[in-house]
Design a protein around this ligand. Structure first.
Ligand code: GLA
Length: 526
Protein backbone atom coordinates (compact mmCIF):
# COMPACT_ATOMS: atom_id res chain seq x y z
CA UNK A 1 0.00 0.00 0.00
CA UNK A 2 2.86 2.30 0.89
CA UNK A 3 3.70 3.41 -2.62
CA UNK A 4 0.34 2.71 -4.22
CA UNK A 5 -0.09 6.16 -5.71
CA UNK A 6 3.35 6.14 -7.25
CA UNK A 7 2.75 2.63 -8.50
CA UNK A 8 -0.54 3.38 -10.25
CA UNK A 9 0.89 6.53 -11.69
CA UNK A 10 3.96 4.74 -12.95
CA UNK A 11 2.18 1.79 -14.47
CA UNK A 12 -0.20 3.98 -16.41
CA UNK A 13 2.20 6.68 -17.40
CA UNK A 14 5.42 4.93 -18.16
CA UNK A 15 4.43 3.65 -21.54
CA UNK A 16 2.58 6.83 -22.53
CA UNK A 17 5.37 9.19 -21.65
CA UNK A 18 8.70 7.92 -22.82
CA UNK A 19 10.79 9.67 -25.33
CA UNK A 20 9.06 13.07 -25.40
CA UNK A 21 9.29 13.45 -21.66
CA UNK A 22 12.84 12.17 -21.69
CA UNK A 23 13.86 14.87 -24.16
CA UNK A 24 11.87 17.55 -22.31
CA UNK A 25 13.53 16.67 -19.01
CA UNK A 26 16.93 16.81 -20.59
CA UNK A 27 16.21 20.23 -22.03
CA UNK A 28 14.86 21.48 -18.71
CA UNK A 29 17.40 20.04 -16.35
CA UNK A 30 20.71 19.57 -18.10
CA UNK A 31 21.41 23.30 -18.60
CA UNK A 32 20.87 23.71 -14.86
CA UNK A 33 23.55 21.11 -14.29
CA UNK A 34 26.28 22.48 -16.50
CA UNK A 35 27.02 25.31 -14.14
CA UNK A 36 30.76 24.81 -13.86
CA UNK A 37 32.07 25.94 -10.52
CA UNK A 38 28.69 26.80 -9.02
CA UNK A 39 26.80 24.42 -6.75
CA UNK A 40 24.60 21.98 -8.60
CA UNK A 41 20.95 23.10 -8.45
CA UNK A 42 18.51 21.60 -9.02
CA UNK A 43 19.69 18.05 -9.47
CA UNK A 44 17.24 15.22 -10.05
CA UNK A 45 13.57 15.93 -10.34
CA UNK A 46 10.99 13.81 -8.55
CA UNK A 47 9.64 12.17 -11.68
CA UNK A 48 10.61 9.00 -13.44
CA UNK A 49 13.49 10.46 -15.38
CA UNK A 50 15.68 8.38 -17.56
CA UNK A 51 19.10 9.79 -16.73
CA UNK A 52 21.42 7.28 -18.39
CA UNK A 53 22.13 8.48 -21.93
CA UNK A 54 21.41 6.00 -24.69
CA UNK A 55 24.60 4.13 -25.66
CA UNK A 56 26.41 5.57 -28.66
CA UNK A 57 26.41 3.57 -31.90
CA UNK A 58 30.24 3.49 -31.74
CA UNK A 59 31.73 0.72 -29.57
CA UNK A 60 32.31 1.26 -25.89
CA UNK A 61 34.06 -1.66 -24.19
CA UNK A 62 32.97 -2.24 -20.61
CA UNK A 63 33.64 -4.97 -18.07
CA UNK A 64 36.25 -5.56 -15.38
CA UNK A 65 39.86 -4.49 -15.82
CA UNK A 66 41.04 -7.55 -13.88
CA UNK A 67 39.66 -11.05 -14.13
CA UNK A 68 40.64 -14.00 -11.93
CA UNK A 69 40.57 -17.62 -13.07
CA UNK A 70 42.28 -20.90 -12.28
CA UNK A 71 44.96 -22.41 -14.56
CA UNK A 72 43.99 -25.16 -16.96
CA UNK A 73 40.25 -24.78 -16.31
CA UNK A 74 37.72 -24.07 -19.05
CA UNK A 75 37.72 -20.35 -19.87
CA UNK A 76 34.78 -18.34 -21.15
CA UNK A 77 34.53 -14.55 -21.38
CA UNK A 78 32.12 -12.52 -23.45
CA UNK A 79 33.60 -9.05 -23.91
CA UNK A 80 31.00 -6.61 -22.62
CA UNK A 81 30.73 -3.96 -25.33
CA UNK A 82 28.04 -1.47 -26.22
CA UNK A 83 27.60 -0.22 -29.78
CA UNK A 84 25.91 -1.10 -33.00
CA UNK A 85 26.55 -4.62 -34.28
CA UNK A 86 28.36 -5.90 -36.23
CA UNK A 87 31.41 -5.11 -34.12
CA UNK A 88 34.80 -6.56 -34.96
CA UNK A 89 36.85 -7.56 -31.90
CA UNK A 90 40.55 -8.26 -31.57
CA UNK A 91 42.73 -8.82 -28.52
CA UNK A 92 46.43 -7.94 -28.30
CA UNK A 93 48.37 -10.22 -25.98
CA UNK A 94 45.84 -13.05 -25.98
CA UNK A 95 47.62 -16.15 -24.58
CA UNK A 96 47.82 -19.02 -27.12
CA UNK A 97 45.60 -21.21 -24.93
CA UNK A 98 42.71 -18.83 -25.64
CA UNK A 99 40.77 -18.17 -28.81
CA UNK A 100 38.67 -15.16 -29.73
CA UNK A 101 35.55 -15.25 -31.87
CA UNK A 102 36.07 -11.83 -33.51
CA UNK A 103 32.40 -11.28 -34.35
CA UNK A 104 30.77 -12.49 -31.15
CA UNK A 105 33.55 -11.07 -28.97
CA UNK A 106 33.67 -14.32 -27.00
CA UNK A 107 36.96 -15.71 -25.69
CA UNK A 108 37.12 -19.45 -25.01
CA UNK A 109 39.77 -22.08 -24.32
CA UNK A 110 41.76 -23.17 -21.28
CA UNK A 111 43.09 -20.73 -18.71
CA UNK A 112 46.88 -20.46 -19.15
CA UNK A 113 49.47 -21.26 -16.46
CA UNK A 114 49.65 -19.25 -13.24
CA UNK A 115 50.58 -15.66 -13.97
CA UNK A 116 49.26 -12.29 -15.06
CA UNK A 117 48.39 -11.66 -18.70
CA UNK A 118 47.91 -8.05 -19.75
CA UNK A 119 45.83 -7.66 -22.87
CA UNK A 120 44.39 -4.85 -24.90
CA UNK A 121 40.91 -5.43 -26.27
CA UNK A 122 39.95 -3.58 -29.46
CA UNK A 123 36.46 -3.18 -30.86
CA UNK A 124 35.48 -1.37 -34.03
CA UNK A 125 32.39 -0.91 -36.15
CA UNK A 126 31.34 1.42 -38.95
CA UNK A 127 30.72 4.20 -36.38
CA UNK A 128 34.01 4.16 -34.49
CA UNK A 129 36.33 2.17 -32.27
CA UNK A 130 37.37 1.64 -28.67
CA UNK A 131 40.06 -0.16 -26.73
CA UNK A 132 40.34 -1.30 -23.13
CA UNK A 133 42.93 -2.94 -20.90
CA UNK A 134 42.10 -6.40 -19.58
CA UNK A 135 44.31 -8.26 -17.12
CA UNK A 136 43.73 -11.95 -16.71
CA UNK A 137 45.07 -13.17 -13.39
CA UNK A 138 45.53 -16.94 -13.56
CA UNK A 139 45.96 -18.26 -10.04
CA UNK A 140 43.86 -19.14 -7.07
CA UNK A 141 41.45 -16.24 -6.96
CA UNK A 142 38.08 -15.81 -8.65
CA UNK A 143 35.63 -12.90 -8.57
CA UNK A 144 38.33 -10.22 -8.41
CA UNK A 145 35.50 -7.75 -8.98
CA UNK A 146 31.95 -8.19 -7.61
CA UNK A 147 29.97 -10.87 -9.51
CA UNK A 148 27.33 -9.48 -11.89
CA UNK A 149 24.36 -11.32 -13.28
CA UNK A 150 20.78 -12.38 -12.74
CA UNK A 151 19.10 -14.77 -10.29
CA UNK A 152 15.58 -16.08 -10.77
CA UNK A 153 14.39 -15.95 -7.15
CA UNK A 154 12.49 -12.68 -6.74
CA UNK A 155 10.80 -13.02 -10.12
CA UNK A 156 9.86 -16.66 -10.43
CA UNK A 157 10.28 -18.41 -7.06
CA UNK A 158 8.98 -22.01 -7.35
CA UNK A 159 7.72 -21.41 -10.90
CA UNK A 160 11.16 -21.48 -12.54
CA UNK A 161 11.70 -23.66 -15.60
CA UNK A 162 14.51 -24.50 -18.02
CA UNK A 163 12.71 -22.42 -20.67
CA UNK A 164 12.64 -19.32 -18.44
CA UNK A 165 16.36 -19.70 -17.73
CA UNK A 166 17.17 -19.89 -21.45
CA UNK A 167 14.96 -16.89 -22.14
CA UNK A 168 16.70 -14.95 -19.37
CA UNK A 169 20.08 -15.59 -21.04
CA UNK A 170 18.76 -14.33 -24.35
CA UNK A 171 17.21 -11.28 -22.66
CA UNK A 172 20.53 -10.54 -20.94
CA UNK A 173 22.09 -10.25 -24.38
CA UNK A 174 19.25 -8.53 -26.25
CA UNK A 175 18.55 -5.97 -23.51
CA UNK A 176 22.17 -4.81 -23.49
CA UNK A 177 22.74 -6.00 -19.90
CA UNK A 178 25.55 -8.30 -21.02
CA UNK A 179 27.15 -5.35 -22.83
CA UNK A 180 27.74 -3.60 -19.51
CA UNK A 181 29.03 -6.69 -17.71
CA UNK A 182 26.16 -8.84 -16.41
CA UNK A 183 27.11 -12.43 -17.15
CA UNK A 184 25.89 -14.98 -14.58
CA UNK A 185 22.48 -16.49 -15.32
CA UNK A 186 21.65 -18.20 -12.03
CA UNK A 187 18.98 -20.71 -11.04
CA UNK A 188 17.96 -20.42 -7.43
CA UNK A 189 15.93 -22.96 -5.44
CA UNK A 190 13.25 -25.35 -6.78
CA UNK A 191 15.07 -26.99 -9.71
CA UNK A 192 15.25 -30.32 -7.83
CA UNK A 193 12.47 -32.67 -6.74
CA UNK A 194 10.67 -32.15 -3.46
CA UNK A 195 9.14 -34.81 -1.21
CA UNK A 196 5.91 -32.84 -1.53
CA UNK A 197 4.88 -29.79 -3.52
CA UNK A 198 1.76 -28.33 -5.10
CA UNK A 199 3.28 -28.76 -8.53
CA UNK A 200 3.31 -32.50 -9.38
CA UNK A 201 6.09 -31.88 -11.91
CA UNK A 202 8.37 -30.89 -9.01
CA UNK A 203 7.70 -34.08 -7.04
CA UNK A 204 9.59 -37.28 -7.80
CA UNK A 205 12.55 -39.39 -6.70
CA UNK A 206 15.10 -37.17 -5.00
CA UNK A 207 18.13 -39.21 -6.08
CA UNK A 208 18.88 -42.18 -8.32
CA UNK A 209 20.31 -45.50 -7.12
CA UNK A 210 23.85 -44.14 -7.17
CA UNK A 211 22.76 -41.17 -5.07
CA UNK A 212 22.90 -38.68 -7.95
CA UNK A 213 20.53 -35.77 -7.49
CA UNK A 214 17.60 -35.71 -9.93
CA UNK A 215 16.38 -32.40 -11.34
CA UNK A 216 12.59 -32.05 -11.55
CA UNK A 217 10.60 -32.33 -14.78
CA UNK A 218 10.87 -28.58 -15.46
CA UNK A 219 14.62 -29.14 -15.92
CA UNK A 220 14.87 -32.06 -18.33
CA UNK A 221 18.48 -31.46 -19.40
CA UNK A 222 20.82 -29.56 -17.12
CA UNK A 223 23.87 -29.97 -19.36
CA UNK A 224 21.77 -28.83 -22.31
CA UNK A 225 20.79 -25.75 -20.31
CA UNK A 226 24.33 -24.72 -19.38
CA UNK A 227 25.53 -25.46 -22.94
CA UNK A 228 22.84 -23.12 -24.17
CA UNK A 229 23.79 -20.37 -21.70
CA UNK A 230 27.47 -20.81 -22.51
CA UNK A 231 26.78 -20.64 -26.25
CA UNK A 232 25.69 -17.02 -25.69
CA UNK A 233 29.00 -16.33 -23.93
CA UNK A 234 27.30 -16.13 -20.51
CA UNK A 235 27.81 -18.28 -17.41
CA UNK A 236 25.44 -20.40 -15.39
CA UNK A 237 24.78 -20.61 -11.67
CA UNK A 238 23.00 -23.12 -9.45
CA UNK A 239 21.73 -23.31 -5.86
CA UNK A 240 21.58 -25.83 -3.06
CA UNK A 241 21.67 -26.09 0.71
CA UNK A 242 23.91 -28.11 3.07
CA UNK A 243 20.79 -29.43 4.79
CA UNK A 244 18.64 -32.37 3.66
CA UNK A 245 16.15 -29.87 2.25
CA UNK A 246 16.49 -26.40 0.78
CA UNK A 247 14.56 -23.39 2.06
CA UNK A 248 11.82 -24.19 -0.45
CA UNK A 249 11.62 -27.83 0.75
CA UNK A 250 13.55 -29.35 -2.18
CA UNK A 251 16.43 -31.85 -2.08
CA UNK A 252 19.56 -30.43 -0.45
CA UNK A 253 23.15 -31.62 -0.60
CA UNK A 254 23.35 -33.19 2.88
CA UNK A 255 25.59 -36.28 2.86
CA UNK A 256 26.03 -35.84 -0.89
CA UNK A 257 28.05 -32.62 -0.87
CA UNK A 258 30.95 -33.84 -2.99
CA UNK A 259 28.76 -35.88 -5.32
CA UNK A 260 26.49 -32.91 -5.95
CA UNK A 261 29.33 -30.44 -6.44
CA UNK A 262 30.93 -32.78 -8.99
CA UNK A 263 27.56 -33.16 -10.66
CA UNK A 264 27.15 -29.37 -10.87
CA UNK A 265 30.63 -29.09 -12.41
CA UNK A 266 29.96 -31.85 -14.92
CA UNK A 267 26.68 -30.19 -15.85
CA UNK A 268 28.80 -27.07 -16.52
CA UNK A 269 27.79 -24.66 -13.76
CA UNK A 270 30.07 -21.77 -12.92
CA UNK A 271 28.56 -20.43 -9.70
CA UNK A 272 27.10 -22.02 -6.56
CA UNK A 273 24.80 -20.32 -4.07
CA UNK A 274 24.88 -22.36 -0.86
CA UNK A 275 22.06 -21.71 1.61
CA UNK A 276 21.68 -22.83 5.23
CA UNK A 277 18.03 -23.89 5.52
CA UNK A 278 17.33 -27.20 7.27
CA UNK A 279 21.04 -27.52 8.10
CA UNK A 280 20.12 -25.51 11.19
CA UNK A 281 18.15 -28.50 12.51
CA UNK A 282 21.27 -30.65 12.23
CA UNK A 283 23.58 -28.04 13.71
CA UNK A 284 21.40 -27.67 16.79
CA UNK A 285 20.51 -24.65 18.87
CA UNK A 286 23.77 -23.33 20.26
CA UNK A 287 25.90 -23.23 17.15
CA UNK A 288 29.44 -22.01 17.78
CA UNK A 289 31.66 -20.39 15.20
CA UNK A 290 33.05 -23.69 14.02
CA UNK A 291 29.51 -24.99 13.67
CA UNK A 292 28.60 -22.06 11.41
CA UNK A 293 31.70 -22.58 9.33
CA UNK A 294 31.61 -26.35 9.01
CA UNK A 295 29.31 -26.88 5.99
CA UNK A 296 30.87 -23.98 4.10
CA UNK A 297 34.44 -25.02 4.80
CA UNK A 298 33.58 -28.46 3.50
CA UNK A 299 31.96 -27.19 0.30
CA UNK A 300 34.67 -24.55 -0.21
CA UNK A 301 37.33 -27.28 -0.23
CA UNK A 302 35.32 -29.41 -2.63
CA UNK A 303 34.73 -26.56 -5.06
CA UNK A 304 38.43 -25.71 -5.08
CA UNK A 305 39.26 -29.28 -6.04
CA UNK A 306 37.00 -29.22 -9.12
CA UNK A 307 38.32 -28.93 -12.64
CA UNK A 308 36.22 -25.85 -13.35
CA UNK A 309 35.97 -22.42 -11.77
CA UNK A 310 32.93 -22.11 -9.55
CA UNK A 311 32.22 -18.90 -7.71
CA UNK A 312 31.06 -19.73 -4.18
CA UNK A 313 28.26 -17.57 -2.74
CA UNK A 314 27.25 -18.22 0.88
CA UNK A 315 23.67 -17.56 1.86
CA UNK A 316 23.55 -17.93 5.64
CA UNK A 317 22.24 -14.42 6.42
CA UNK A 318 25.39 -13.14 8.16
CA UNK A 319 25.42 -15.64 11.04
CA UNK A 320 28.61 -15.81 13.08
CA UNK A 321 29.81 -12.58 11.44
CA UNK A 322 30.46 -14.41 8.19
CA UNK A 323 32.28 -11.39 6.74
CA UNK A 324 35.14 -12.16 9.16
CA UNK A 325 35.68 -15.71 7.89
CA UNK A 326 33.94 -16.12 4.53
CA UNK A 327 37.24 -15.74 2.66
CA UNK A 328 38.88 -18.29 4.93
CA UNK A 329 36.38 -20.98 3.87
CA UNK A 330 37.05 -20.16 0.20
CA UNK A 331 33.83 -18.23 -0.40
CA UNK A 332 33.76 -15.32 -2.83
CA UNK A 333 30.70 -13.58 -1.44
CA UNK A 334 28.36 -13.97 1.49
CA UNK A 335 24.94 -12.65 2.28
CA UNK A 336 25.19 -10.23 5.17
CA UNK A 337 21.55 -10.43 6.24
CA UNK A 338 18.14 -11.96 5.66
CA UNK A 339 16.16 -11.78 2.45
CA UNK A 340 16.08 -8.21 1.17
CA UNK A 341 12.77 -8.97 -0.49
CA UNK A 342 11.18 -8.69 2.95
CA UNK A 343 12.61 -5.28 3.65
CA UNK A 344 12.71 -3.37 0.40
CA UNK A 345 11.56 -0.25 2.24
CA UNK A 346 14.84 -0.39 4.21
CA UNK A 347 17.46 -0.33 1.48
CA UNK A 348 19.23 2.68 3.05
CA UNK A 349 19.49 0.90 6.43
CA UNK A 350 20.68 -2.30 4.81
CA UNK A 351 23.31 -0.42 2.81
CA UNK A 352 24.52 1.50 5.87
CA UNK A 353 24.82 -1.74 7.82
CA UNK A 354 26.89 -3.19 5.00
CA UNK A 355 29.10 -0.12 4.92
CA UNK A 356 29.90 -0.72 8.60
CA UNK A 357 31.53 -4.01 7.67
CA UNK A 358 33.02 -2.58 4.49
CA UNK A 359 36.59 -3.24 5.60
CA UNK A 360 36.01 -6.96 4.95
CA UNK A 361 35.34 -6.31 1.25
CA UNK A 362 38.25 -6.97 -1.04
CA UNK A 363 38.95 -8.46 -4.46
CA UNK A 364 37.66 -12.03 -4.37
CA UNK A 365 35.71 -11.53 -1.11
CA UNK A 366 32.47 -9.55 -1.15
CA UNK A 367 29.74 -8.64 1.30
CA UNK A 368 26.43 -9.44 -0.36
CA UNK A 369 23.39 -7.41 0.71
CA UNK A 370 21.19 -9.46 -1.67
CA UNK A 371 19.78 -8.77 -5.10
CA UNK A 372 18.70 -5.72 -7.08
CA UNK A 373 14.91 -5.89 -7.04
CA UNK A 374 13.50 -3.32 -9.44
CA UNK A 375 11.42 -3.55 -12.60
CA UNK A 376 8.96 -6.44 -12.46
CA UNK A 377 9.43 -8.43 -9.27
CA UNK A 378 7.25 -10.85 -7.32
CA UNK A 379 6.39 -9.82 -3.77
CA UNK A 380 8.58 -11.92 -1.46
CA UNK A 381 5.89 -12.26 1.20
CA UNK A 382 3.55 -13.99 -1.23
CA UNK A 383 6.14 -15.45 -3.60
CA UNK A 384 3.95 -13.46 -5.99
CA UNK A 385 4.01 -13.24 -9.73
CA UNK A 386 6.03 -10.27 -10.99
CA UNK A 387 4.48 -6.80 -10.78
CA UNK A 388 6.04 -3.42 -11.53
CA UNK A 389 7.96 -2.27 -8.47
CA UNK A 390 6.23 0.39 -6.39
CA UNK A 391 9.63 1.79 -5.42
CA UNK A 392 9.92 5.51 -6.28
CA UNK A 393 12.23 6.30 -9.20
CA UNK A 394 14.66 8.30 -7.07
CA UNK A 395 15.00 5.45 -4.62
CA UNK A 396 15.85 3.12 -7.47
CA UNK A 397 18.73 5.40 -8.43
CA UNK A 398 19.78 5.41 -4.78
CA UNK A 399 19.55 1.59 -4.57
CA UNK A 400 21.80 1.01 -7.59
CA UNK A 401 24.21 3.75 -6.48
CA UNK A 402 24.48 2.26 -2.98
CA UNK A 403 25.18 -1.23 -4.29
CA UNK A 404 27.79 0.18 -6.67
CA UNK A 405 29.52 2.22 -3.99
CA UNK A 406 29.43 -0.71 -1.56
CA UNK A 407 31.13 -2.90 -4.19
CA UNK A 408 28.30 -5.38 -3.69
CA UNK A 409 27.57 -8.18 -6.16
CA UNK A 410 25.24 -6.76 -8.80
CA UNK A 411 22.74 -9.53 -9.30
CA UNK A 412 19.43 -8.44 -10.78
CA UNK A 413 16.44 -10.51 -9.71
CA UNK A 414 13.46 -9.11 -11.62
CA UNK A 415 11.57 -10.55 -14.58
CA UNK A 416 13.92 -10.58 -17.57
CA UNK A 417 11.00 -10.83 -19.98
CA UNK A 418 9.70 -7.43 -18.84
CA UNK A 419 12.71 -5.15 -18.90
CA UNK A 420 11.35 -1.62 -19.46
CA UNK A 421 13.54 1.33 -20.51
CA UNK A 422 13.46 2.92 -17.04
CA UNK A 423 14.66 -0.27 -15.34
CA UNK A 424 17.38 -0.78 -17.93
CA UNK A 425 18.49 2.82 -17.42
CA UNK A 426 19.04 2.00 -13.73
CA UNK A 427 20.71 -1.36 -14.36
CA UNK A 428 22.90 -0.46 -17.31
CA UNK A 429 24.72 2.79 -16.69
CA UNK A 430 28.32 1.80 -17.54
CA UNK A 431 29.89 4.59 -15.47
CA UNK A 432 27.97 3.65 -12.34
CA UNK A 433 28.84 0.00 -12.90
CA UNK A 434 32.49 0.90 -13.37
CA UNK A 435 32.48 2.23 -9.80
CA UNK A 436 31.16 -1.14 -8.62
CA UNK A 437 33.73 -3.06 -10.68
CA UNK A 438 36.70 -0.95 -9.69
CA UNK A 439 39.75 -3.20 -9.24
CA UNK A 440 40.66 -1.80 -5.80
CA UNK A 441 37.49 -3.44 -4.48
CA UNK A 442 36.95 -0.85 -1.76
CA UNK A 443 33.61 -0.46 -0.04
CA UNK A 444 32.46 3.15 0.22
CA UNK A 445 32.81 4.94 3.55
CA UNK A 446 29.91 6.84 5.05
CA UNK A 447 30.17 10.49 6.08
CA UNK A 448 27.06 11.79 7.76
CA UNK A 449 25.76 15.21 6.74
CA UNK A 450 22.58 15.42 8.80
CA UNK A 451 20.02 13.06 10.32
CA UNK A 452 18.70 12.28 6.86
CA UNK A 453 21.61 12.89 4.55
CA UNK A 454 24.92 11.15 4.10
CA UNK A 455 27.75 10.73 1.64
CA UNK A 456 29.17 7.41 0.57
CA UNK A 457 32.77 7.87 -0.55
CA UNK A 458 34.59 5.17 -2.52
CA UNK A 459 38.27 5.33 -3.46
CA UNK A 460 38.98 4.13 -6.99
CA UNK A 461 42.06 2.49 -8.44
CA UNK A 462 42.93 5.43 -10.74
CA UNK A 463 43.17 7.82 -7.79
CA UNK A 464 39.75 9.35 -8.33
CA UNK A 465 36.87 9.16 -5.86
CA UNK A 466 33.23 8.23 -6.41
CA UNK A 467 30.75 9.87 -4.07
CA UNK A 468 27.05 9.30 -3.62
CA UNK A 469 25.15 12.17 -2.02
CA UNK A 470 22.13 10.48 -0.45
CA UNK A 471 18.98 12.01 0.96
CA UNK A 472 16.64 9.73 2.92
CA UNK A 473 14.31 12.57 3.86
CA UNK A 474 10.85 13.52 2.65
CA UNK A 475 12.03 16.80 1.09
CA UNK A 476 14.76 17.78 -1.29
CA UNK A 477 17.98 18.57 0.52
CA UNK A 478 21.09 20.52 -0.21
CA UNK A 479 24.09 18.29 0.45
CA UNK A 480 27.62 19.57 0.32
CA UNK A 481 31.20 18.52 0.89
CA UNK A 482 34.56 20.18 0.83
CA UNK A 483 37.68 18.79 -0.77
CA UNK A 484 39.52 19.11 2.53
CA UNK A 485 36.96 16.80 4.18
CA UNK A 486 37.70 14.27 1.46
CA UNK A 487 41.41 14.85 2.01
CA UNK A 488 42.04 15.91 -1.56
CA UNK A 489 43.83 18.99 -2.85
CA UNK A 490 42.18 21.96 -4.57
CA UNK A 491 40.72 21.99 -8.07
CA UNK A 492 39.00 18.85 -9.12
CA UNK A 493 36.91 17.81 -12.09
CA UNK A 494 33.42 16.62 -11.16
CA UNK A 495 31.40 14.28 -13.35
CA UNK A 496 27.74 13.39 -12.88
CA UNK A 497 27.81 9.62 -13.31
CA UNK A 498 24.11 8.99 -13.87
CA UNK A 499 24.00 11.61 -16.62
CA UNK A 500 27.52 10.75 -17.85
CA UNK A 501 28.23 14.45 -17.95
CA UNK A 502 31.18 16.59 -16.84
CA UNK A 503 30.02 19.35 -14.53
CA UNK A 504 33.25 21.33 -14.54
CA UNK A 505 36.19 22.00 -12.26
CA UNK A 506 35.28 22.72 -8.65
CA UNK A 507 37.87 24.57 -6.65
CA UNK A 508 37.31 23.41 -3.10
CA UNK A 509 33.79 22.13 -2.59
CA UNK A 510 30.73 20.70 -4.24
CA UNK A 511 27.06 20.72 -3.37
CA UNK A 512 23.89 19.44 -4.97
CA UNK A 513 20.18 19.56 -4.36
CA UNK A 514 19.30 15.91 -3.86
CA UNK A 515 15.73 14.69 -4.29
CA UNK A 516 13.79 13.01 -1.54
CA UNK A 517 14.90 9.37 -1.11
CA UNK A 518 17.36 9.90 -3.91
CA UNK A 519 20.95 10.40 -4.86
CA UNK A 520 23.37 12.45 -6.89
CA UNK A 521 26.36 10.32 -7.77
CA UNK A 522 29.59 11.93 -8.86
CA UNK A 523 33.17 11.09 -9.66
CA UNK A 524 35.86 13.49 -8.54
CA UNK A 525 39.15 13.36 -10.40
CA UNK A 526 42.22 15.52 -10.70
C1 GLA B 1 16.45 -18.27 1.16
C2 GLA B 1 17.44 -17.33 0.48
C3 GLA B 1 16.82 -16.75 -0.77
C4 GLA B 1 16.38 -17.87 -1.70
C5 GLA B 1 15.46 -18.82 -0.98
C6 GLA B 1 15.14 -20.05 -1.80
O1 GLA B 1 15.36 -17.58 1.63
O2 GLA B 1 17.83 -16.32 1.35
O3 GLA B 1 17.74 -15.91 -1.43
O4 GLA B 1 17.52 -18.54 -2.16
O5 GLA B 1 16.04 -19.26 0.24
O6 GLA B 1 14.28 -20.91 -1.15
Amino acid sequence: MKYLTTFIKKSAMRTIRGFTIFVAIFILFIPALSVGAEPLKPALGDDDEILTPKPNPAPRINGPLVYGCRPDHPFLYRIPCQGERPIHFSVKGLPPELKLDPTAGIITGKTPAKGEYSMLIHANNSKGKDQRQFKLVAGDQLALTPPMGWNHWYAHYDRITDKMMREAAIAMISSGMADVGYHYVNIDDCWMNAPKNNDPLRVGPLRDEQGNIIPNKHFPNMKGLTDYIHSTGLKAGIYTSPGPLTCGGFTGAWQHEEQDARQFASWGFDFLKYDWCSYGDLAGKNVDLEGFQKPYRKMGKILKSLDRDMVFNLCQYGMGDVWKWGGEVDAHSWRTGGDLGFELDRIFDVALKNAQIGQFNKPGEWNDPDYIQIGWIGNANKMGIPELTPMPANMQYAYMSLWSLLAAPLIYSGDMSKLDPFTLNILCNPEVIEVNQDPLGKCGEVMNRSKECFLMVKKLADGSIAVGLFNRGKNKADISMTWSELKISDGHQVRDLWREKDLGVYKEKFSALVPSQGVVMIKISK
